[in-house]
Write a protein that binds this ligand. Structure first.
Ligand code: GDP
Length: 294
């Protein structure tokens, strides 16, 4: 992750405030402005940054001693950032012996198909009987990609070269695996290059047909500020309950992800850190923010 040098800038801002010759309140204001600038440059939403500044300021005011303690100021900043990505809700936990239907949504290129396979392998290794369904009838080659991934990972899959109706394919796939008593059925859906009404309509129809136990939105961490509106649009159409954040190995600044969680109040459950199956980690708010700060 490359995060606009966030940690160093926050560190410098705090040091600057402590050694400042100005009165304490102005020194804190200067520090908060610089921290805010660093966060906005890391793609955190402006409104969130303003709220964060107010919160940090009020915490520092509550205890005048804090103003001379660098470590404590840094901890306040850290804790406030953690609270933005920690929804304090219980993340989705599939139950063995039940039919867990998991629907994946996201824009084209976000990493849906890759994440579906990673997710499938994660649960297969934990003893789940997992099947993958390719309901992406929009992108040419989508079924072949899923088939290739699934074959490599030895996961049963379902898809069609001829059926063009994604609702029918998802229903047929789910029905087949249900009949065969699979306890996790993962449905990979279509994306589009950008947010489009017909995509959201398709997500609503698939959702109503297969009635997923859980819907997961796959979000490319490198899309920056756009993460917020994209998450909101998917939330409105497919009411996802979890987020998988991908491409954190690249040049993502990570702040967009913070905004996506905050605006939808939905937890990130896994992060993708590369193109390979093993590049997949469970999400932990504290370690995510630690990495973000560098
Ligand atoms: P989809 O269109 O949403 O299904 O996206 P794909 O799963 O096809 O992924 C699009 C591209 O992103 C592919 O080249 C993947 O290998 C790549 N990709 C997916 N997840 C990650 C990740 O966590 N890190 C990196 N570096 N690349 C990823």
């Amino acid at each position: 992750m490359v995060l606009a040098d966030l940690g160093r800038r926050i560190n410098n801002a705090v040091s600057g405030a402590i050694s400042s010759k100005e009165d304490v309140d102005s020194a804190i204001d200067v520090m908060l402005k610089e921290i805010g600038r660093a966060l906005i440059e890391s793609d955190v939403n402006v409104k969130l940054v303003l709220n964060l500044r107010t919160k940090i300021k009020s915490q520092l005011k509550d205890n005048q001693d804090l103003q001379v303690n660098k470590r404590i100021i840094q901890k306040v900043v850290f804790d406030e950032l953690v609270s933005l990505v920690d929804t304090k809700t219980e993340p989705f936990k599939p139950k063995k012996g039940k039919t867990n239907i998991v629907m994946f949504v996201g824009l084209q290129g976000a990493g849906k198909t890759t994440s579906c396979t990673k997710f499938a392998v994660y649960y297969q290794r934990r003893g789940f009987k997992v099947g993958l369904v390719c309901a992406d009838t929009f992108r040419a080659g989508a079924f072949d990609q899923l088939k290739q991934n699934a074959t490599k990972a030895k996961i049963p899959f379902y898809g069609s070269y001829t059926e063009t109706n994604p609702i029918k394919v998802s229903k047929d796939g789910v029905d087949k695996f249900k009949k065969e008593k699979f306890d996790m059925i993962i449905v990979d859906t279509s994306g589009r290059h950008k947010q489009e009404a017909d995509l959201f309509q398709e997500m609503i129809e698939i959702d109503q047909t297969i009635k997923p136990t859980q819907t997961i939105m796959v979000l490319d961490a490198s899309i920056g500020q756009a993460a917020e509106s994209q998450s909101k649009a998917f939330k409105d159409s497919s009411n996802f309950g979890s987020i998988i954040l991908t491409k954190l190995d690249g040049h993502a600044k990570g702040g967009g992800a913070i905004s996506a969680v905050a605006v939808t109040n939905t937890p990130i459950i896994f992060i993708g850190t590369g193109e390979h199956i093993q590049d997949f980690e469970t999400f932990n708010p504290k370690s995510f923010i630690s990495k973000l700060l560098g």
